[in-house]
Design a protein around this ligand. Structure first.
Ligand SMILES: [Zn+2]
Length: 465
């Protein structure tokens, strides 16, 4: 990594005249304010114009008609599913998995690369500056899938966590995936450790981090859960998995382990402030209390949960108990849009259909889930997730002065409840990722062609298998 420039030579970007939602601890907002970016950090945020006399200003942006927010942070995804969208559309989770595993088990490195580019491009265009991928399908002889995925994120310029997944409980062991789709216990642990050693960056401004991420209780042995947790703690990296997604999973845990998912996670070392779990839909009061007591985080995926008829996570109760909660699009085989900014809206709407009704979530809380909450569950809250001096320059300038939004009274309401807002500029680590609605470091049309071609190639291979 290059040494930081001397302070007096740091290049500055000045953004002025925009509304600002900082998502800091006090939810500070400015009707018209400024953000000064110096290098890869936020130097100042405040009301009115930027301070006079700033040196080395390389760019000055008039944000009139815009809202500036922290960059959105996605906390659960499966990039490879970008090339299996629109399949098994009327299934619940277990039926959907059984329908798709045989196709997924045929992926190779070019497919993983194209799918990662498609998933990342879609999210970046919708304001994501920190992405994650929970990848757990590593067919034998498929190439360097983790390297391809990490390379795609680096090329596009977003901050990224690869949750190196694994499966070792196949049908012959009472699991859900077919035998040929899984790794051995030893193979999964060794490959995960090698991925951490090769790619994990623990620094403040890391662009790439690795988490240890066995897939789910119904596709992973108890030993892989236990040893995976030990590996993560030995390496000082985070842990991620799927938890309490459906009633079928709850039944599976009771039948196989004699306890519910949360108790099973606790028994295998999987509750703690270094753990976050996707979904957590079927949680009773004591499950939520256990997450709160241990600081275990949740990736709330409202669209995927609705698509697979899984149910509604008790997000208001989790937040009231102090559980860290972020948002996830989940894989695009169960959420074909793959956009995180629509999840802000869906989190609010779906939770208002629950028992807390209109008090379930408001627009500010929804924006917090998609920004600061995401940073918390990824373990990056000291570095990103809010617009504050000293934090990394990960931000989005949303265009709110067109037909879709110009008559909505409040810019945060416009962003959360209005149509998906165009991104005029997004910065990750102080560098542009999107400019005027286009990728800076990628060709959207070329990615669309590549993902279509790889989706067709995978379908042909799977049909002939
Ligand atoms: Zn998932």
């Amino acid at each position: 990594m290059a040494a930081p420039a001397a302070p007096d030579r740091v290049e500055r970007i000045v953004i002025e005249n925009c509304a600002i939602a900082t998502v800091d601890a006090a939810d500070t907002e400015y009707a018209s304010g400024h953000v000064v970016v110096a290098g890869n950090r936020i130097e100042s945020v405040g009301a009115g114009r930027a301070p006079e006399g700033l040196e080395n200003v390389v760019r000055r942006i008039d944000g009139t008609g815009h809202l500036a927010t922290p960059g959105l942070i996605n906390t659960h995804h499966h990039f490879y599913q970008w090339i299996t969208r629109g399949l098994a559309t009327d299934h619940n989770l277990f039926d959907w998995l059984v329908a798709l595993y045989p196709t997924w088990a045929r992926i190779d490195e070019p497919m993983a690369r194209a799918a990662a580019q498609g998933s990342l491009a879609m999210m970046a265009l919708g304001g994501v500056t920190t992405a994650m991928d929970h990848h757990y399908v590593y067919p034998r002889g498929s190439g360097d899938l983790s390297g391809a995925i990490i390379g795609a994120a680096r090329d596009l310029g977003v901050r990224f966590t690869l949750a190196r997944g694994s499966m070792d409980r196949s049908e012959k062991d009472g699991g859900l995936p077919p035998d040929f789709a899984v790794e051995s216990l030893e193979g999964a642990l060794a490959a995960t450790e090698a991925t951490v050693d090769t790619y994990h960056d623990a620094s403040f401004d890391a662009m790439t981090q690795i988490a240890v991420a066995p897939c789910s209780p119904f596709s992973v042995s108890t030993e892989l859960m236990r040893q995976g947790a030990e590996l993560a703690r030995r390496k000082g990296v985070r842990l991620h998995t799927h938890g309490s997604e459906t009633v079928e999973e709850e039944k599976f845990c009771h039948e196989l382990f004699g306890m519910g998912p949360t108790d099973y996670f606790e028994s295998t070392g999987w509750l703690g402030d270094d753990v976050w779990m996707a979904h957590c839909v079927h949680m009773n009061d004591s499950d939520i209390a256990a997450f709160a007591r241990t600081g275990t985080g949740v990736a709330h995926c409202p669209s995927s949960n609705a698509r697979l008829a899984a149910g509604t996570a008790r997000v208001p109760d989790m937040l009231a108990a102090g559980v860290p909660v972020g948002l996830g699009v989940d894989g695009t085989a169960s959420n074909e849009s793959g956009e995180l900014h629509t999840e802000l809206r869906n989190a609010l709407l779906i939770n208002r259909l629950g028992p807390h009704r209109e008090r379930a979530l408001n627009a500010r809380q929804a924006l917090r889930l998609g920004t600061y909450g995401g940073a918390q569950v990824l373990g990056r809250a000291a570095q990103t997730g809010s617009l504050e001096a000293g934090k990394l320059a990960d931000l989005v300038l949303w265009k709110l002065d067109t037909l879709a939004h110009s008559s909505i009274a409040d810019p945060v309401i416009a962003l959360v409840l209005g149509a998906a807002a165009p991104v005029t500029l997004s910065l990750a680590d102080g560098k542009p990722v999107v400019e005027s609605g286009r990728l800076v470091n990628g060709d959207e049309d070329a990615i669309a062609r590549a993902t279509r071609d790889e989706a067709r190639r995978l379908a042909r291979i799977a049909a002939g298998a």
